[in-house]
Design a protein around this ligand. Structure first.
Ligand SMILES: Cc1cc2nc3c(=O)[nH]c(=O)nc-3n(C[C@H](O)[C@H](O)[C@H](O)COP(=O)(O)OP(=O)(O)OC[C@H]3O[C@@H](n4cnc5c(N)ncnc54)[C@H](O)[C@@H]3O)c2cc1C
Length: 486
């Protein structure tokens, strides 16, 4: 069959576009190289819904960031994803930093960011008591917020899937070629046909454009890795707002921020890497981010860190998002160079993608049967005692706690496996319901999660993996990409 639209890449850009398109009478599919959505930059970033003062006025980054930030609270409500409008502070340490702060204020005002204000160090510490005494002044952005980036992506993908969007996992698109009035995405001898293709392949998007015939593609992606430390809940200083240092030419700089789940993150640094898939962390990198973090919030310490992680920025050589139809391949739309603020911008960027597809000839007729709201997810830990008791009476699986660090019940894990785009390995369960996200990092609950996966998926315990083929809990041979992994 030929789809109306095929989206290459299941990150926030691709899944949010699939979500938007799933509201129309269209056959839509997503082809994702890995085994799950949100496995690229969307999995490992600062999770900030930036207010929009950082992007240069007149750029697509500025336009989509401000509009995306404004829409995020309602979108998070529709998709039942936690969102916190905590606001952000960009901190100046002395009069020397003030020109940078004033420039951000000016940019923000030009970009239409509401409520921006330069406040004194004293006022900044009232807003965020954990802030260093060294802070001289700060840019306060009350519209900034935080969200869980992979949960937002999973929720958008799940809702698109409920509306009939097909997902092809482990389908790394090698190239897109034109054939008889439509396009064909090729992957290791397999093919998907579509009238329109959206290139949302993150750090690999420029490479895909070139391989698909855009030989003089004007954007190069420079992969830049950012490392983070995640602190144990209740350890170290309690941070309520996003706290940045002044930005540098390498990015927004190191920040200290709460997460929607009650942890604190410190990071990221910014270093160019050879491979767009290099998400390793280094002890020097972690030292660097904590040194930067301590200047803003004294007391953040690697001693309280429960894990480290890294994400790779798809930095475009042009400095801005590239959101345009291909000049060479008819029907191909590029969403390339979606670095920060790509998460914050995703609600608006995905709307723009749909609009462009319409201009390219895609017939957009709303589907009255499409449901754009995600059925609520049970978060047992957040319920009142009476609600917990009621739920357990209805379904006793909610009375069995599997992950003690995060208080995640068997009922929540079963739901995560049974939903559309459901979990098929231990890390997929972790990203959907937080089982294994706490202090023990899955040390205690993984065996029970594996048992539940085996039973629900009808496979043996030996076939359950941590994160796909090659990560079986019990060593065994398996095949990945046609190659035998022993
Ligand atoms: C360190 C860091 C901090 C950041 N902080 C923030 C922040 O606080 N706020 C904010 O707004 N933004 C932030 N960002 C940016 C944000 O994370 C990205 O803009 C956003 O996640 C990009 O989403 P995407 O879907 O375009 O790319 P990705 O999430 O990378 O998704 C691309 C997907 O395409 C798949 N893929 C690649 N090639 C192929 C292929 N050939 N065939 C099939 N599939 C393919 C990949 O597997 C991946 O799943 C940050 C990024 C980083 C790295």
């Amino acid at each position: 069959m030929t789809y109306d639209v095929l989206i290459v890449g299941g990150g926030i850009t691709g899944c949010m576009t699939a979500y938007r398109l799933s509201g129309y009478r269209l056959r839509v599919a997503v082809a994702e190289a890995t085994g799950d959505v949100a496995m690229g930059a969307t999995k490992a970033n600062s999770a900030i819904v930036h207010a929009g003062y950082d992007a240069v006025p007149g750029t697509l980054k500025a336009k989509y960031n401000v509009a995306g930030c404004a829409e995020m609270p309602e979108l998070a409500r529709l998709l039942d994803v936690p969102y916190n409008n905590c606001g952000s502070l960009v901190c100046a340490f002395s009069e020397d930093d003030m020109p940078a702060l004033r420039e951000l204020l000016e940019r923000g005002e030009k970009n239409g960011v509401p409520g921006l204000e330069i406040v004194s160090g004293e006022r900044a510490r009232e807003l965020e008591p954990a802030l260093s005494e060294e802070i001289y002044a700060a840019l306060w952005a009350p519209t900034a917020g935080i969200v869980c980036p992979y949960e937002l992506c999973i929720a958008a993908g799940e809702t698109a899937a409920r509306n009939g969007c097909d997902f092809y996992f482990n389908f790394p698109v090698e190239r897109i070629r034109a054939a008889d009035g439509h396009l064909v995405a090729e992957s290791r001898g397999r093919e998907i046909s579509a009238r329109f293709v959206v290139n949302a392949a993150g750090a690999h998007s420029a490479e895909l454009a070139v391989k698909s015939g855009d030989l003089d593609f004007p954007v190069e992606i420079i992969p830049r890795r950012g490392e983070y430390g995640l602190l144990d809940k209740g350890k170290g200083p309690r941070v309520r707002r996003v706290v940045f240092a002044c930005p540098t030419e390498r990015g927004k700089g190191i920040l200290v921020s709460p997460t929607v789940d009650g942890n604190v993150i410190v990071g990221p640094n910014a270093h160019r890497v050879e491979s767009a898939d290099d998400t390793s962390t280094t002890s020097e990198g972690i030292e660097e981010v904590f040194e930067g973090g301590r200047r803003l919030v004294p007391g953040v310490s690697p001693r309280d860190m429960i894990t480290s992680f890294a994400g790779v920025r798809a930095t475009p050589s042009t400095g801005d998002f590239y959101v345009r139809p291909s000049e060479r391949v008819s029907g191909l739309l590029h969403l390339v160079g979606i670095e920060s603020p790509g998460l914050a911008a995703s609600p608006a960027l995905s709307r723009a993608a749909v609009e462009l597809l319409g201009e390219m000839g895609l017939h957009l007729e709303e589907n009255p049967d499409a449901v754009m709201e995600r059925p609520p997810v049970v978060r047992f830990r957040l319920l009142r005692a009476s609600e917990k008791n009621e739920l357990i009476k209805r379904d006793p699986s909610y009375g069995r706690i599997v992950c003690r660090c995060e208080t995640i019940t068997e009922g929540e894990i079963l739901d995560a496996i049974r939903r559309p785009l459901g979990a098929r390995d231990i890390d997929m369960v972790k990203r959907r319901v937080r089982a294994g996200m706490g202090r023990c990092q899955g040390g205690f609950c993984s065996p029970r999660v594996a048992e539940l996966l085996a039973k629900e998926l009808g496979i043996s315990l030996g076939e359950v993996t941590k994160k796909g083929c090659g990560s079986e809990l019990v060593p065994r041979d398996c095949e990945r990409d046609g190659e035998l992994i022993v």
